[in-house]
Write a protein that binds this ligand. Sequence first.
Ligand code: ZN
Length: 337
Amino acid sequence: MAFITCIVLSILALTGIGAAAIWLGARWMHAGRTRFGAALVAAVLILLCNLFLLTVKMAWDDAHPPNTHLEFDTRIARSVLLAIVGLVGSIVIIKVAMKTSLAKAAFAWLLHGVAGLGFAVLVVRPFLLESYVIPAASMAPTLMGWHHTAVCPRCQQTLRVPHRTRALPGDDKRLTVAICDNYHSFDYYQLNGMEIEESWQPQDRLMADKTSMPGRWQLAVFKYPDDPTETYVKRVVGLPGEEVWIDDGAVWINGQRQTPPGELRDLEYLSGQTIAGSEVYGRKDAPLLLGPNEYFMLGDLSRMSSDSRFWGPVPRDAIIGVGALRYWPPSRWKVLD
Ligand SMILES: [Zn+2]
């Protein structure tokens, strides 16, 4: 819930700062109306207008799955179009709300934009919240990249068949797998003959909470240790100082078999040996002892995940925050932490 408070406070702060900027701009330009209340109404309307345009952009993105070709120019043209609508819309809102000319409204809009963007770039993004688009399937079914759906033969829930974007050590086509919303997974051979929907389901978008550190079974957003320019999302299974290994479909911590909580209870983990042979971390015959600042991270779709089994623990410094909210597409909206 701290995360929801964080979102609400960020929106209130952004609106307040925007309103103050419009109000100052209107006073400076001697607009026909200079009440703070009017500036506040304008700031709220501008926020709603921009949220609407953002939604349109995400819906447009969803209409173009990985196997359809969209001209680069079309993407640029769409972004420019949305930016122009946002600009004109905001200036007209300020013009009407503050009873002033278009030129003066444009000046107030500029102040509003600089203040709002400054707050977002200098405060919200580095310290509070950041949004990510999920490209791959290693966290399926919790977080999905582009995928097809089918019906799980075991529980009749949605089965998700990921679009493959990344290969693992020793990977080949037969490692194409699917996983249902109750974490029942199926391999290439079991998928044969199943009826899979032709249509594509879009990529999930995730909001990360940067004000807290992830605990066990929570989603961690972190910099990939082997290439810090890449951002990964995985589930935390091992905490600093713990001895960890994977065996019999489960994570073992200090010799104790761990059962994931609630709806994660059917989550099954494969030992890295099954996929890549012996050169992996967290084996039963060679447990990994985590250092005082190290975490062990695993993907939910164990068979397709590149995680701590293959590249080792993640240092505390590399952790950006907790994956807290799956906010898009709307049908997949869920608070995750
Ligand atoms: Zn199932």
